[in-house]
Write a protein of this length. Structure first.
Length: 177
């Protein structure tokens, strides 16, 4: 038995709020996955801070209005599952890509990352980026290396001058003896 109108309106409102707060959304076709595989996919995504929902296309269209997901309206056909994350941009793409290696029945259709549409290949590329923490660590290391190198460059002429003066002093001392 289908959902009643009030239940549908509540579901659409709830989805729209999730769509507005999501930094990344990945649209999939889950045809061919069994219940155990779907449960495992949801578990892995949940651990990555991502929610996975299966929604009827008409409700998906209504909920996506006035959100970044409206960009995906042309892809709302057939069975759709949508992964939503308001946390890490890379984690959900990584989980989906790794899960798809073992379960090729999962089809990654398209995604939206902070208002930009990504095709399936771009999502796969996104999955291989290092995590946010690793990227921040690399950035910090680069920022710390810059001032250290500047000090080295500035000290280099002084060091050369000191070496030159030391060799002149030794030359004078050896000539006086």
């Amino acid at each position: 038995m289908g959902l009643q109108r009030k239940e549908k309106e509540g579901l659409v409102a709830d989805l729209q709020e999730k769509f507005k707060s999501a930094k990344v959304a990945i649209l999939t076709d889950f045809t061919g996955l069994n219940v155990d595989q779907m449960t495992e996919l949801r578990r892995q995504l949940r651990q990555a801070g991502t929610e996975y929902k299966v929604v009827k296309n008409t409700l998906l269209r209504r909920a996506s209005e006035n959100t970044d997901l409206a960009l995906l309206a042309d892809y709302f056909d057939g069975p759709n599952g949508i992964a939503l994350s308001s946390e890490d941009l890379v984690a959900s793409a990584k989980v989906m890509t790794e899960f798809r290696e073992d379960n090729p029945a999962l089809l990654i259709k398209v995604g939206v990352v902070e208002g930009h549409v990504l095709e399936a290949e771009q999502i796969k590329t996104l999955a291989f980026l290092p995590s946010r923490e690793i990227l921040l660590g690399k950035l910090l290391a680069l920022m710390q290396a810059g001032p250290g190198r500047l000090v080295q460059v500035l000290n280099s002429p002084l060091q050369r001058l000191m070496l030159l003066l030391g060799s002149v002093k030794r030359a004078k001392e050896s000539s006086e003896q």
